[in-house]
Design a protein around this ligand. Structure first.
Ligand SMILES: NC(=O)c1ccc[n+]([C@@H]2O[C@H](COP(=O)([O-])OP(=O)(O)OC[C@H]3O[C@@H](n4cnc5c(N)ncnc54)[C@H](OP(=O)(O)O)[C@@H]3O)[C@@H](O)[C@H]2O)c1
Length: 236
């Protein structure tokens, strides 16, 4: 059976590299991007016949439904749904200064968007032989690691807590699944220099960050309901 993957927020950064690496593993990949021009350009620059563009804004119900219809024209199953789209708007903003509108925007993409993507595409993931949903997270979303300093000291209330909430999706859906090989888990690529952090120096390359996600996505080990970094399961 042909293998299919859908990656959101893939016109650049880590998502773009995840698409490249999955395409090299012979997946037929739908490169998701909210902006059509950027999405088409990304597909063109990859230059791979097994990658095509699907418009998806994860905050827009109609866009998500249209993406599903477009994918259903090609396949009834998705082996991988990679919820990679994400935003961080509160670098340098303390919890005291954080505006509620900013917090809402971050939750809208990182939490509500991920939730709706999971619910909408679940039937296709269930149709795969061993479908997996991968939520891209950060170690700063781990309350334990943030508290004990293992996740650094960036106190981004909006970004961190919206990713914590998204990890709760992993736990809850994971408790519901646990059957027929269907899996959902979160993976953090670790600090990677991308537009998200203003291309801050000292991070991994996008190819290195993406490889961590792709390795888990392709693993046969079974990580349902877990949050993972490059060395294994991390605490909530
Ligand atoms: N970089 C790191 O150090 C790091 C560490 C841990 C986790 N992560 C996570 O890795 C993922 C990828 O981030 P990145 O570092 O590669 O950042 P990036 O280069 O800024 O890429 C983010 C992607 O998400 C897309 N996006 C934003 N809002 C969207 C929406 N409403 N609907 C659909 N797509 C949307 C962006 O599209 P536009 O181009 O249209 O804005 C872009 O394609 C994120 O979930 C991030 O939280 C990153």
């Amino acid at each position: 059976m042909m293998k299919f993957a859908f990656v959101t927020g893939a016109n650049k950064g880590i998502g773009y590299e995840v698409v490249r690496q999955l395409a090299e593993e012979n997946y037929t990949v739908f490169l998701g991007a909210r902006n059509e021009e950027l999405g088409l350009k990304a597909v063109e620059s990859l230059g791979k016949s097994n990658v095509s563009y699907v418009q998806v804004d994860v905050t827009d119900t109609e866009s998500i439904e249209n993406a599903k219809d477009k994918i259903l024209e090609v396949t009834d199953h998705l082996d991988l749904l990679i919820n990679n789209a994400g935003i961080a708007l509160d670098f340098g903003i303390s919890p005291t200064e954080l505006k509620i509108e900013t917090l809402r925007e971050e939750f809208n993409v990182n939490f509500f968007g991920t939730f709706q993507m999971i619910q909408t595409f679940l039937p296709l993931v269930k149709n795969a032989q061993r479908g997996k949903i991968v939520n891209v997270t950060t170690d700063m979303a781990s309350q334990t690691m943030f508290d004990n300093g293992q996740a650094g000291h960036l106190n981004l209330l909006g970004y961190n807590s919206s990713k914590t909430a998204a990890n709760a999706l992993t736990l809850s859906f994971g408790k519901e699944f646990g059957i027929d090989g269907l899996e959902i888990f979160s993976v953090t690529p670790g600090f990677t220099s991308t537009d998200l952090n203003g291309n801050a120096p000292g991070g991994k390359t996008t190819a290195e960050g993406a490889k961590i996600i792709v390795d888990y996505a392709l693993s046969e080990n079974g990580y349902n309901g877990k949050v993972l970094n490059n060395s294994g399961i991390i605490p909530w």
